[in-house]
Design a protein around this ligand. Structure first.
Ligand code: LLP
Length: 430
């Protein structure tokens, strides 16, 4: 019985000192997880490099950790690239993804000199070629391939298969290669795939690797294209609740590398350099969210609602993906969980339920609830619905908490609206 301790910090004290809702991340856990990935990929095999998918969690502190640990970075927007630039992230280690890059984003990527553009269509490749000519540079390109396999995950987290907007089929890639190879200001370095997110085993990844290796073989023999990079995406699942049982990360990574090495040896091809781009695996379990219970309401025969001071704005995942989380009452840690409780978010939105029907100790107003495994795609997908300010992030290192990102203020919610009589500029400068 006592308070819930997260990486050496009493979470009820964090709630009192920094306020709620509050994101809490352990920098030690993030670093450990990065090192685990590196030890079974970058350091274990030659010519293998890990990129972090910044869409999962991007702050200045996160960029600093990634630079310290020597990882690469995937960005998917001008905004993500901007943060990386501001922190002087090594440009050659940045890959610029996105299925619908704007002209402005491409030009920012070219000006900064990103290591690679990951392209989603032939039109995008010719646009980059044209724009690179104007910048008098040559851009490195990976072509995103839709391997056609469907992993077992929520349909909104699938990024391969018949209904996805991402990538080109292997056939379309082969048809496009001769034209791409003639373009003077782009250099096609290889292929990319990402099957989907929050996958529990390696079957979809391995099926995709097989498709891509076959494409590499055929592109070589049919159009004389030598792929020297294969980017195998991310998607490695984490346990949100006790019923999620993902295979260990080395099970995904080792199996994919082995498959590539065997195929290449058999076909007399030099194994391409390999890249992986995990997001969730690195940050998901490294973070939690603290809330204060504001209201408790029993609906007889249905559930006990515990309304908290956050919800959809800091975590839209339950509403978007029916995501299920685990939680504890931080100030009643270890007490018998003998009540069925629904943790309700505070927004005017029926779908704003943080966790439905979870067993907790009796919950009262003022209790602190810690929702676990919220480090990935929570802060990065946070929004201002109901004009809710985005929570602060407290980072813990060696048991010491400090503000990593401060809480948004009400004044900032107001700041973008020009006063009615002002001559507001029509284009916003960054
Ligand atoms: N690489 C590419 C090209 C991706 O599209 C993604 C995720 C990743 C890497 C990283 O995947 P991870 O290792 O984190 O699974 N908002 C959703 C997840 C969308 C992920 C989209 N792409 C969520 O909250 O679950």
């Amino acid at each position: 019985m006592g308070n819930f301790i997260f990486h050496g910090c009493d979470t009820t004290e964090l709630a009192r000192e920094f306020g709620t809702p509050l994101y809490v991340v352990s920098e030690d856990e993030i670093t450990d997880r990065i090192r685990t990935v590196k030890s079974c990929f970058d350091e274990k095999y030659e010519r293998c490099r890990t990129h972090f998918a910044s869409k999962a969690f991007l702050t200045r502190d996160m960029l600093r950790i990634l630079m310290d640990e020597g990882l690469g970075l995937d960005v998917v927007s001008g905004g993500e690239l901007y943060l990386a630039r501001r922190m002087n992230f090594p440009v050659e280690r940045i890959a610029f993804h996105g299925n619908s890059k704007t002209v402005r984003e491409i030009s920012e990527g070219l000006e900064y000199g990103v290591g690679k553009f990951v392209c989603d269509s032939l039109g995008e490749i010719s646009l980059i070629d044209e724009m690179a000519r104007a910048h008098d540079v040559r851009a490195n390109i990976l072509i995103r391939v839709n391997p056609g396999v469907e992993g077992n995950t929520h349909r909104h987290m699938l990024t391969s298969g018949g209904r996805t907007k991402f990538g080109l089929s292997p056939e379309a890639v082969k048809n496009a290669m001769p034209a791409c190879m003639k373009m003077a200001n782009v250099s096609i370095s290889g292929f990319h795939f990402h099957v989907g997110s929050q996958l529990m085993d390696a079957s979809a990844h391995l099926a995709a690797v097989d498709v891509l290796l076959e494409l590499i073989r055929e592109a070589r023999s049919e159009v004389g294209f030598e792929a020297w990079i294969l980017d195998m995406g991310g998607g490695f699942g984490v346990p949100y609740t006790a019923s999620d049982r993902p295979i260990p990360i080395e099970g995904f990574i080792g199996a994919m590398v082995k498959r590539a090495e065997e195929f290449c040896a058999l076909n007399g091809i030099k194994r391409p350099d390999l890249i992986i781009e995990p997001g969730r695996y690195i940050v998901g379990p490294s973070g939690i969210t603290l809330y204060t219970v504001c209201s408790v309401k029993e609906v007889p025969g249905v559930t006990l609602y515990a309304g908290v001071d956050g919800g959809y704005p800091d975590n839209p995942r339950p509403a978007l993906y029916e995501a299920v989380y685990d939680a504890v009452v931080a100030n009643k840690y270890g007490e018998p969980a003998d009540r069925k409780v629904t943790i309700a978010g505070k927004c005017c939105e029926s779908g704003d339920i943080v966790i439905r029907d979870i067993a907790l100790p009796p919950v009262e107003r003022g209790d602190v609830i810690a929702v676990l495994c919220t480090g990935a795609y929570n802060y990065s997908m946070a929004n201002n619905y109901n004009k809710t300010p985005i929570p602060a992030i407290v980072a813990i290192k060696d048991g010491c908490p400090r503000i990593s990102v401060r809480r948004q203020t009400y004044a900032e919610l107001y700041a973008c609206d020009p006063p009615p009589d002002s001559k507001a500029p029509s284009v916003q400068a960054v």
